[in-house]
Design a binder for this molecule. Structure first.
Ligand code: ZN
Length: 336
């Protein structure tokens, strides 16, 4: 409720507020993800991969002064009507988000404030500057007025709307300061910043030089340094004319490279495996289960002495006297 009312007060800044509240600002890290021509650095402290929260937590002196101004504005705007404990909690949570202090400890506050602390911690302290407050803020403020027998006016009841509107206004001011540092404050610094951005885009296009098709190589100069000495206007015209063509040529080169490459299977002959019919095997007979026959050695007194020589030369499959005798020994009731 308070969020929508505060947003209506800044209707002309709705584009900024939409990106600000949903973390869609074109900060350095996000631009670098979209296009590598952006370095992604914070324009104030040169930190790599500038993100949404770094806007508020940047250690640059200009951001320190902005945070100090916000603290003074909150004190002047809320100290006369807001519950002192709620104002203290708000300041502590914002300092914790800015990296200038620790998170509030529930033990330092009365028990009725613990639910507010845990709820806002779940929502995120970074969401305070984006107008997302827990519902306990209004409830505890109403309880404070009741305890002090104070009948608030309509304007006092709108304290949270005014607070969110103030944070939106200060966030927009911070964004403008950040853009001035990025794109220049006066005309001279803006031209310098513009030249740096154009040169970065030219270098990004030259990094694709070895990926374009052969017939598009003629659009490039001999070296990028030779090209960059031209005026900014001519550089921007070259980007506008050849930038889309170079990117299209890279995509076409990739497509052609894949299209002219045969499949791996074309390099090898196709092998057809035909199934073979298994050869029927004869049924096993009784002799297949017989053990090797013993060979009688004439010089030995043992008639069952094994001789390897006799064993290797014995090829007859006809049962002999000894084999018949051995069957009788294995199966005494065999009919044979
Ligand atoms: Zn920074």
């Amino acid at each position: 409720m308070a969020f929508s009312q505060a947003s209506k007060r800044h209707y002309k800044k709705r584009r900024f507020l939409t990106k600000h509240c949903f973390r869609l600002q074109p900060v350095g890290g996000r631009l670098h993800q979209r296009d590598p021509k952006y370095d992604g650095q914070c324009p104030n402290c040169l930190r790599p991969q500038e993100d949404d929260d770094h806007l508020f937590c940047c250690p640059a002196p200009s951001r320190h002064s902005w945070r100090f101004d916000v603290k003074l504005l909150l004190d002047g705007h809320l100290s006369s009507s807001l519950d002192p404990l709620l104002l203290n909690l708000l300041q502590t949570m914002l300092l914790a988000f800015f990296g200038d202090g620790a998170s509030p400890l529930p033990a330092q506050y009365p028990p009725e404030y613990h639910h507010l602390i845990s709820t806002q911690q779940s929502i995120g302290y970074s969401q305070l500057v984006r107008g997302k407050f827990a519902m306990d803020w209004n409830e505890l403020q109403a309880t404070y007025w009741t305890k002090n027998h104070h009948h608030p006016s309509h304007k006092e009841k709108q304290w949270l709307v005014g607070l969110i509107s103030l944070l939106f206004e200060q966030s927009h001011t911070l964004w403008l300061h950040r853009n001035e540092a990025c794109h220049g404050r006066d005309r001279i610094s803006q031209r310098q910043a513009e030249r740096v951005h154009v040169q970065a885009e030219i270098r990004s296009l030259y990094s694709l030089r070895h990926l374009v098709q052969a017939e598009d190589q003629r659009h490039f100069y001999d070296s990028v340094e030779t090209h960059l000495v031209q005026p900014v206007r001519q550089l921007k015209d070259w980007i506008q004319l050849y930038g889309p063509l170079i990117r299209y040529s890279v995509r076409q080169a990739c497509t052609q490279a894949v299209r002219s490459t045969p499949k791996m299977t074309t390099y090898f002959p196709r092998i057809t495996i035909t199934p073979t019919t298994p050869t029927p095997q004869p049924c096993p007979t009784l002799h297949d289960y017989m053990l090797p026959l013993p060979q009688v050695h004439h010089t030995s007194s043992n008639p069952y002495h094994w001789s390897n020589k006799a064993k290797s030369t014995h090829t007859s499959t006809t049962p002999t006297k000894y084999s018949q005798q051995r069957i009788d020994m294995l199966w005494p009731d065999h009919p044979g």
